[in-house]
Design a protein around this ligand. Structure first.
Ligand code: C2E
Ligand code: MG
Ligand code: MG
Ligand code: MG
Length: 279
């Protein structure tokens, strides 16, 4: 019987799994090393008003150069950074980059917001709100121009702490958006308790517009936003038809390859100088 059980465990613990774990550990080690050697990059994707077509903000997105000219996808390495705890330091660094950009933008009289993604482990840091506030203060950025994007998983992780932390940041002036809205386990009741400015409609509900029922979900999220007094922004807009449908549904803003892809900071500054933006 014991042998049976051991075999079961051995079954599960295949070389394949061992390989996978080694691969993960190697990747985490490399990520830590590259982060410490300042090899990570932050790119920015512009966000547009559907009403004025102006740029109203941008989202900071991590990029990890693999060394041979391409990039390892954040979809792969962000979860590793989260599991290993590295995301706490990396996330702080991303916030600092966003503040530096914001400082540069206001020197050029460009009045757009910069959004930063925040993961669960960052909220577990004792004085997370304090840390964010002092970073923003240090870079002399106006807090209204920094937006934090949290997913439903962040909110549901520790509802009370997160609501408190976000509340503290909101009263400091920082804006909060719910990212990938509709893909997590959302209890709608928390929406009213959170100090939110925006709902981000996930690409999953945008990509099949106008062919399928996904338009119905976008419609629902947009109405929900309107009823709660929140702005809605659609992610992953790739076609003019999607933008047209979203506008007709009353969506406020869009972000997607149709209008602009994520780009390095220098390119963003060139882009903003050639494009109408808020103020
Ligand atoms: P997200 O926050 O939902 O970011 C939007 C993702 O959609 C980005 O992927 C962006 O490049 C992509 N995207 C934008 N427009 C389009 C489009 O029209 N079509 C398609 N197919 N994709 C589009 P990216 O840069 O690969 O990032 C993936 C995820 O990694 C992000 O999803 C976010 O969850 C995470 N991530 C990225 N940077 C950070 C960071 O600094 N901190 C944390 N905690 N997570 C990050
Ligand atoms: Mg995001
Ligand atoms: Mg998203
Ligand atoms: Mg996402």
């Amino acid at each position: 019987n014991q042998a049976k059980q051991a075999n079961k465990i051995l079954d599960w613990y295949t070389p394949d799994l061992e390989e996978k774990m080694a691969w993960r550990l190697g990747l985490i080690r490399q990520l830590r090393q590259d982060f410490e050697m300042s090899k990570l990059e932050v790119w920015y994707q512009p966000q547009f008003s559907l009403e004025t077509n102006n740029v109203i903000g941008c989202e900071a997105l991590l990029r990890w150069p693999s060394g041979n000219g391409d990039y390892i996808s954040p979809g792969i390495f962000v979860p590793l950074a989260e599991d290993s705890g590295l995301i706490v330091d990396i996330g702080q660094w991303v916030l600092e980059q966003a503040c530096k950009l914001q400082h540069q933008l206001s020197a050029q009289d460009i009045d757009i917001s910069v959004a930063v993604n925040v993961s669960v482990p960052q909220f577990k840091v004792n004085n997370y709100a304090e840390q964010v506030k002092s970073t923003i203060t240090h870079y002399q950025v106006s807090p209204e121009k920094i937006e934090l994007e949290v997913t439903e998983s962040v909110v549901m992780d520790e509802v009370k702490t997160v609501i408190e932390t976000l509340g503290e940041l909101k009263s400091f002036g920082v804006e909060v958006a719910i990212d990938d809205f509709g893909t997590g386990f959302s209890s709608l009741s928390y929406l009213q308790q959170l100090p939110l400015a925006r709902l981000k409609i996930d690409r999953a509900f945008v990509k099949d517009i106008p062919d399928s029922d996904s338009g119905a979900i976008a419609d629902l999220v947009i109405s929900l936003g309107r009823h709660l007094g929140l702005k809605t922004i659609a992610e992953g807009v790739e076609t003019q038809q999607q933008a047209d449908v979203l506008k007709k549904l009353g969506c406020d803003e869009v972000q997607g390859f149709l209008l602009a892809k994520p780009m390095p900071k220098d390119e963003l500054l060139v882009f903003l100088n050639a494009t109408d933006h808020d103020k």
